[in-house]
Design a protein around this ligand. Structure first.
Ligand code: NAD
Length: 499
């Protein structure tokens, strides 16, 4: 039977996508046609913004900055909490929209915390708590005498929030919530592969009572829409999550006006499985799950390199294949479907290209093919495992962004840490061991932004970001407040005399 998602499209009542500029929903002269990655069906059309639309969005954000940055703290707190509640109320609808956008199964967006609407709502609640705590310091005068030295935290200004397609709930929240809490105004640019989800999230912001112009949305392809934002003189900060290549382009483009830049980029994260792992089968399930379930390895922190001690290597490989063979594909609305296709044809070709290369670099023990039959119209690739890979291999060094695991044996802890750190990236890592001392010792030695011990989790109040070329700066918790504010020093004499 041919796979179709059309009935879901009807039941969600999908509207044509428009731009949101200064509180108005506006059609654009050009449009983008979105095709579903699992079926190839046309899902809908949304606006592709012009440079002039981007100018309007930035101008609206600039105007709104005056009032939003000075708004009563209580107004911002109430709004952020009200929005968190609205997100929770609309969770099912948002999961459905995401499944229509990027085909991430509802089983995953309802079952995995970091991918859930609940996590995005928690991020808004968390940042509501920061609004009235954006304090500075009062310091004793350095040179003695009678004056006050103080610091203030000020909102950075107009923020361009540029999003990838793979986790729109959390990543929209990680940028918009702290920006609003800090008093910034925002122009959001969703990925062209997750636009309908983000448009609805913005519509709910308006329903929550957000004043016109505080958040604006420009949709369409990275070039020209994202380009117009990152080169715009009216944008004070670019907060970007996406690929390393675009991240580098943003750093170049920011030089013109020395924009502030935060970059959350890709990874080639290692999982280190020691011989004393509490349960090698469970470790294999966790590692393979991260590379296959839900996003089919299209996750920045997916542990795509499994470094496994030789004593448990065969056991790990056997368990990994068992878990991978249970992954199911198909209609993302079917609760029994566990993984998505690759997001587009370009990504399909890229992943198949890496797999071809991998055949000469390691021992293919599973997968390696595009899936056919009922799934032939989609961009599905099954779980793919290469064993006996050298860490210098292309498939162990480059971010493939697909369901491809490179398994690499090691002899001892020093070798495992050296292999783990031998990468241009540094986003995440996980350590599987029963020894608490080893767990902490190895965690300290790993050059990565987030480490999971016997698993991997992301929490809204913790900083998240990368070492090396996995990014610049951190998002999450207090780090987000720093990322969306500038520090100002103020000095004042306490007498009538000049300082
Ligand atoms: P991408 O870089 O292709 O696109 C990301 C966004 O940038 C999209 O909105 C796109 O339209 C826009 N864009 C493209 N070219 C642009 C340009 N010249 N100027 C401005 N904007 C431009 O990434 P993607 O395929 O959407 O997402 C996958 C990548 O994102 C992977 O590398 C993944 O590791 C990374 N990612 C990182 C994190 C993290 O938190 N570190 C989270 C999710 C995804």
């Amino acid at each position: 039977m041919t796979l179709t998602v059309q009935p879901h499209r009807e039941s969600v009542g999908l509207k044509p996508g428009r731009l949101y500029l200064g509180g108005e929903w506006v059609a654009a002269s050009d449009t983008w046609t979105h095709r579903h990655p699992a079926t190839g069906e046309v899902i809908g059309e949304f606006a592709s913004a012009t440079k002039s639309d981007v100018d309007t969005a930035v101008a609206a954000a600039r105007t709104a900055f005056g009032t939003w940055s000075t708004a009563r703290a209580g107004t911002r707190v109430t709004l952020l909490h009200r929005y968190a509640e609205l997100l929770r109320e609309h969770a099912e609808e948002l999961r459905a929209l995401q499944a229509l956008d990027n085909s991430v199964p509802v089983s995953f967006t309802s079952g995995i915390y970091a991918m859930s609407v609940a996590a995005a709502a928690d991020v808004f609640d968390h940042h509501a708590g920061w609004v009235d705590k954006l304090g500075g310091q009062t310091l004793p005068p350095y040179q003695g005498g009678d004056h006050l030295a103080m610091t203030f935290r000020e909102p950075i200004g107009v923020v361009a929030a540029i999003l990838p397609w793979n986790a729109p709930f959390l990543l929209f929240a990680q940028k918009v919530a702290p920006a609003l809490a800090a008093g910034c105004t925002v122009v959001v640019k969703p990925s062209e592969y997750a636009t309908f989800t983000v448009l609805r999230m913005v519509e709910l912001l308006a329903e929550a009572g957000l004043p016109a112009g505080v958040v604006n949305v420009v949709t369409g392809p990275g070039d020209p829409v994202g380009e117009a934002l990152i080169t715009h003189a009216g944008v004070d900060k670019v907060s970007f999550t996406g690929s390393r290549a675009v991240g580098k382009r943003i750093v170049e483009a920011s030089a013109g006006t020395l924009k502030r830049v935060s970059l959350e980029l890709g990874g080639k994260s290692p999982a280190l499985v020691f011989a004393d792992a509490p349960n090698v089968g469970l470790a294999a399930a966790t590692v393979v799950g991260a590379v296959t379930l839900g996003l089919s390895g299209q996750a920045c922190v997916a542990n795509t390199r499994a470094l496994v001690h030789r004593d448990v290597y065969d056991e790990f490989l056997a368990a990994a294949q068992g878990v991978a063979s249970a992954v199911t594909y198909g209609d993302p609305f079917d609760p029994g479907v566990l993984a998505c296709p690759l997001v587009n044809e370009r990504q399909l070709d890229r992943v198949l290209g890496y797999i071809e290369r991998g055949r000469g670099e390691g021992r293919l023990v599973m997968g390696g093919q595009r899936l056919g039959g009922d799934l032939a119209a989609g961009f599905f690739v099954g779980p793919t495992i290469f064993a006996d890979v050298e860490n210098s291999a292309t498939i162990a060094q480059e971010e493939i962004f697909g369901p491809v695991l490179a398994v690499i044996p090691f002899e001892d802890e020093d070798e495992a840490v050296a292999i783990a750190n031998d990468t241009e990236y540094g986003l995440g890592a996980s350590v599987f061991t029963a020894g608490a001392q080893r767990a902490f010792r190895v965690s300290r030695r790993l050059r990565a932004g987030t480490i999971g011990i016997n698993g991997f989790q992301i929490e809204p109040h913790l900083p998240f970001g990368g070492f090396n070329q996995s990014g610049l700066g951190r998002e999450g918790g207090a780090s987000s407040i720093e990322a969306f504010t500038e520090l100002k020093s103020v000095l004042m004499p306490l007498t009538e005399e000049m300082m």
